[in-house]
Design a binder for this molecule. Structure first.
Ligand SMILES: [Zn+2]
Ligand SMILES: [Zn+2]
Length: 295
C-alpha cells in the first residue's frame, strides 16, 4: 500500500481558478521485486508471443553506436487493464507494453521507446526467456525489475498552467507557502515519479507532440528517473515509506533505504530526467510519440 498525503488545504476553496485543470494521474509506485510475466511491472518480464520476433534497434538516430543496430530492446513497463483500466486501450486490447533501446538516440541522447498493445487471451504460447540486454547497454537505461501498486491522485499543472491563471493564483500560493510551508510547484501541482495519465512530469517547458491528424496527443505515461526529489518530501513520498526515509539526503550512502524508494528501478535518464510518452486516441491505430527532458 502506498498513500500520497493529502494537501493541507482545500484546493478547490483556496484555488478556485484551478478547478478546471484538475486531472487524475495514476502513480505506479514501483518497488524492487520479482514480478511474474502475468503481472504489471517496471522492468519485468513481458507477455510475449513465442512466435513473434523480439524487437531490436533499427538504428535510426543512433548516436555513436552504429554497431549497436540490431540490439534487443529492453522491457520498461507492462501494464494490465486489471491494474490500470484507465489507459486508453485500443478496442480489443488489455495489455500495454513499453520497451526501449538502451542506447542514446537523437535528438535528446536518450532511449528510444516502442509501444505494443495486446490482447492477453490472444497471445498463445509465450516466450519463456527474454533476451538479455546488450553487454554495452548502460545499466542506467535498463530498469531493475519492480512490482507496482497503482494509486490515483489529483494533480494540477505547473509548467502547463497558462500564464494568466498563474498570475491569478500567485498571491494565494504565496500565502499557502507562508502558512503551511507547501510550495505550489513542488508539493501541490504535478506528481513526480513513474505514472500514467495526468500531466507530464516535465523538468523543462512543455513540448506536446501533435499527431499527423492535427490533434494534440494525450499524455499516456511518464517514466521518470526519481520517484521524488529534494523539496518533494512534503507530498510525494508515500506515508508508508516515511519511516524508512528518516535522515536521508542526497549524500546518504547507497545502502540507505532512501535509494530504493527514490530510485527503485535504478534509472538515470540524462540528469535525472524523464521520458514522456504521448498517444493519439483519435486515430484508430493509436499513433504515439515521445519527449525527453532533464534538469
Ligand atoms: Zn537504438
Ligand atoms: Zn491522430
Amino acid at each position: 500500500m502506498h498513500t500520497t498525503p493529502q494537501a493541507p488545504i482545500e484546493m478547490d476553496a483556496v484555488f478556485p481558478q484551478l478547478r478546471a485543470f484538475a486531472w487524475i494521474t495514476t502513480r505506479l509506485h514501483p518497488r524492487k521485486g520479482s514480478p511474474s510475466v502475468e503481472q504489471s511491472s517496471v522492468g519485468g518480464p513481458l507477455l510475449w508471443p513465442a512466435n513473434e520476433p523480439w524487437p531490436t534497434c533499427e538504428g535510426g538516430g543512433l548516436e555513436d553506436h552504429p554497431a549497436e543496430t540490431g540490439v534487443p530492446l529492453v522491457p520498461v513497463l507492462q501494464l494490465l487493464a486489471d491494474d490500470v483500466s484507465e489507459l486508453p486501450f485500443p478496442e480489443g486490447s488489455d495489455v500495454l507494453q513499453v520497451l526501449w533501446c538502451p542506447f542514446d538516440h537523437d535528438p535528446w541522447d536518450a532511449p528510444l521507446p516502442l509501444l505494443r498493445w495486446r490482447r492477453r487471451s490472444a497471445i498463445g504460447p509465450r516466450l519463456v526467456t527474454m533476451p538479455a540486454p546488450h553487454e554495452d547497454a548502460s545499466e542506467w537505461y535498463v530498469p531493475d525489475a519492480c512490482v507496482l501498486d497503482p494509486e490515483r491522485v489529483v494533480e494540477y499543472p505547473s509548467y502547463d498552467l497558462p500564464r494568466e491563471v498563474w498570475s491569478q493564483i500567485q498571491e494565494a500560493a504565496r500565502r499557502v507557502e507562508a502558512d503551511n510551508g507547501w510550495e505550489y510547484d513542488t508539493d501541490l501541482a504535478v506528481a513526480s515519479g513513474i505514472k500514467v495519465g495526468g500531466y507530464p512530469g516535465w523538468t523543462q517547458s512543455p513540448d506536446w507532440p501533435v499527431c499527423r491528424c492535427g490533434v494534440r496527443m494525450e499524455h499516456l505515461l511518464t517514466v521518470a528517473t526519481w520517484e521524488f526529489s529534494r523539496g518533494d518530501e512534503q507530498r510525494w513520498v508515500p506515508l508508508e515509506d516515511r519511516p524508512a526515509m528518516i535522515g536521508w539526503d542526497f549524500d546518504s550512502p547507497n545502502d540507505h533505504p532512501w535509494q530504493s524508494l527514490q530510485n527503485p528501478a535504478g534509472l538515470m535518464l540524462g540528469d535525472a530526467g524523464g521520458i514522456y510518452i504521448f498517444v493519439c486516441t483519435s486515430c484508430p491505430e493509436h499513433p504515439y510519440d515521445h519527449r525527453f527532458d532533464c534538469s
